[in-house]
Design a protein around this ligand. Structure first.
Ligand code: HEC
Length: 132
């Protein structure tokens, strides 16, 4: 019985560890035509929830897109979309807020970093093959 429980805990831990490693390591950015390496160097840290990308998503996007906001914005978090769908948000800039000037206070670099963060931790991103 005890051994069974230990084996189960081991399998669970292994699963969690493997998921952490399966995050996309690179992101091809359409707008700048560059390959951004997310699992090595400064971008690895910056595309985490505690790094610049994660913090900027909270301050620049979730300032409106949080539950119960009064801006008429739907609740958005990192797993609201797949990696590819997040890329489309930033390359096509189709959302109403991107068109009405709500993104104007963000620099291109900041947008790239928020995009990196969302891409890396998106819904089903563990299944994604790196695209560059
Ligand atoms: C000033 C408030 C505001 C800010 C800041 C803002 N948005 Fe929006 N956003 C809106 C509103 C209002 C809409 C239209 C209603 C809706 O669909 O949520 C919208 C729509 C969207 C949509 C389409 C809705 C959907 O579920 O697909 C996406 C995607 C989006 N925003 C992403 C972002 C991202 C990413 C950022 C940060 C870079 C951001 N928004 C910053 C207000 C804002």
């Amino acid at each position: 019985m005890k051994q069974g429980a230990i084996a189960l805990i081991f399998v669970l831990c292994l699963g969690v560890a493997m998921q952490a490693y399966a995050r996309p390591a690179k992101r091809f950015d359409e707008s700048t035509k560059t390959c951004r390496v997310l699992d090595d160097g400064p971008l690895e840290w910056e595309s985490s929830s505690w790094g610049q990308g994660g913090k900027m998503f909270k301050s620049l996007c979730q300032s409106c897109h949080h539950p119960g906001n009064d801006k008429g914005a739907s609740f958005l978090w990192v797993e609201s979309k797949t990696s590819k769908a997040w890329n489309r948000v930033f390359t096509q800039k189709y959302p109403q807020c991107a068109k009405d000037g709500s993104w104007q206070s963000m620099t291109m670099d900041q947008q790239l970093m928020v995009n990196d963060y969302l891409y890396r931790w998106a819904k089903n991103s563990a299944d994604l093959n790196d695209n560059c």
